[in-house]
Design a protein around this ligand. Structure first.
Ligand code: AMP
Ligand code: MN
Ligand code: MN
Ligand code: MN
Length: 277
């Protein structure tokens, strides 16, 4: 049995979520989470606000971040949990990623301009409450301008591969990202392993090399996982001696039909990340 109700992967508007850190923490508290983490993309800027609200509501908050990285030239997301957000090595790494994001945003806008979509950068900025621009913000802009009906289509037609706004980013290798997280005293985990475009064989290679790079764990349960996926990921934690985490990857989008603190149980709680933080 999962004695802990933990939800360790969530977004606010400090990256591509729609709610404030305060609102996100309120939802976690209403859902009676025992343990919660805000894990915005490449920034810890929302955590101070989240911590204020968590203190008010007596919610146990773990500092978190979801860092963009590369493995064999593929973009991978590494969760850092239990990090000291004042650590210089971590913050220097995150600032580097924020710069890469800014440069990518300009390239996406240029690509869209070439296909006849004007002022994409300015228009997209209006969808972000902070200076963080993610592809999700471009997606929202393109939908609201009537180019596409939904997120899935807009990513496929505009924001991936060789499409007008498809821009590859040279994120740092995941072994370096593990080092940033460890420097800040946190644990490094591969987020949503089954959401990359990889065969199981390739995922296993990625996990073996992650362990080799001193990576700590794997996100076994996400908000959309089926029981089969959970069992498979849990088996991988055993095979490769990795810890296990669970998080909904909540963004608060109207069409994202999932709630904070509503996850299936981790099959093996001995491996649960919170036992090792
Ligand atoms: P970025 O980190 O700026 O490259 O944006 C990646 C984010 O876009 C992910 O964290 C997801 O939230 C979202 N995303 C990526 N692919 C899709 C997709 N096909 N449909 C909807 N959202 C997506
Ligand atoms: Mn996201
Ligand atoms: Mn992710
Ligand atoms: Mn996420």
């Amino acid at each position: 049995m999962n004695i802990m109700k933990a939800d360790l992967h969530n977004h606010s508007y400090y990256s591509d979520g729609v709610l404030s850190p305060t609102e996100v923490v309120k939802l976690a508290s209403e859902a009676e989470c025992d343990l919660f983490s805000l894990t915005d993309h490449d920034t810890t800027d929302g955590i101070a606000e989240a911590q204020l609200e968590a203190d008010k509501l007596n919610l146990n908050l773990i500092n978190g971040v979801e860092i963009s990285a590369l493995w064999r030239n593929m973009a991978i997301h590494i969760l850092g949990l239990g990090v000291d957000i004042n650590n210089d090595i971590l913050q220097t790494g995150l600032e580097h990623n924020q710069k890469l994001r800014q440069e990518r945003a300009e390239k996406i806008a240029l690509g869209l301009w070439r296909s006849g979509i004007k002022d994409a950068l300015e228009k997209t900025q209006a969808f972000s409450k902070t200076n963080m621009l993610t592809r999700t913000h471009f997606a929202q802009m393109l939908i609201s301008e009537g180019y596409c009906k939904d997120m899935k289509t807009v990513f496929r037609r505009y924001l991936t591969g060789k499409k007008p706004g498809g821009v590859g980013v040279q994120w740092e290798g995941y072994d370096d990202v593990v080092k940033w997280i460890h420097a800040a005293g946190g644990k490094a985990l591969i987020a949503h392993p089954l959401r990359y475009r990889m065969t199981h064989t390739k995922i296993k290679k990625m996990l073996i090399e992650f362990k080799y790079a001193f990576g700590d764990g794997l996100e076994v349960v996400t908000g959309t996982s089926t029981q089969d996926e959970i069992n498979l990921s849990s088996q991988w934690t055993k095979d490769y001696n990795l810890l296990a985490s669970c998080g909904s990857d909540f963004h608060g989008w109207p069409n994202q039909r999932l709630r904070i603190g509503n996850l299936k149980d981790l099959p093996d709680t001995d491996k649960a990340i919170w036992r090792h933080l």
